[in-house]
Write a new protein. Sequence first.
Length: 226
Amino acid sequence: MADKPYRDLATITKVVLAVLVVLSLVEVARLVGLVMQHSLLVSFRDHTFGGDFMQRARANDARQQVLAGLNLVALLTMLILFLRWIYRAMSNVHALGATDVESPGWSVGSFFVPFVNFVVPYTAMSQIWRASASAGHWQDETAPIVGVWWALWLIVALGGYVVAFMLTGEHGVAPLILRTRTDMGYTVLEIARNVVMMLLVTRVRARQDAQWRVADNFGGAPVMPS
């Protein structure tokens, strides 16, 4: 076994899962609000709305602004905790004896390096997934779920810029309807990303725990508390 201590991912995994659930609930609420906004805009376009349109529009804007703020807080919290989880998971990969894998620090730091962050985070997560199943033969393992996670991660990350600058300078109801529909699709992808992340962190923790228990039975070092 490596000199790095093994630390059970149970606690940090539960915290990450809890934050992902909260983030997903906020995003579901945003999606419902966007559906209501879309209905409001379509009714205005088709001249079928009833009651005070401006009052309903202002209430919708206020609701969406509150949800956007909550979403930002939950997202930043999730990112911080998820990066901490990655560091811990990669440290365990080293503790389990895997060789030729990224360092824990670089696995996290690569997310912040332009262009590098298109490749290395995926590579590191793929190594975590495969080495968590078999540290000694991780190159023989596959990681399809990591590919799904990374595709969603990049689409959501890049899609945010597309949505932010979409139809900038254009006016009228039609562009607002199109942007709302785009926001709806983007939010669905965010929720899908969260679900895949939940599966990913849960399975990695289970895989590492199972592998460590086998190693511990053959004289490995005791597990350090989370």
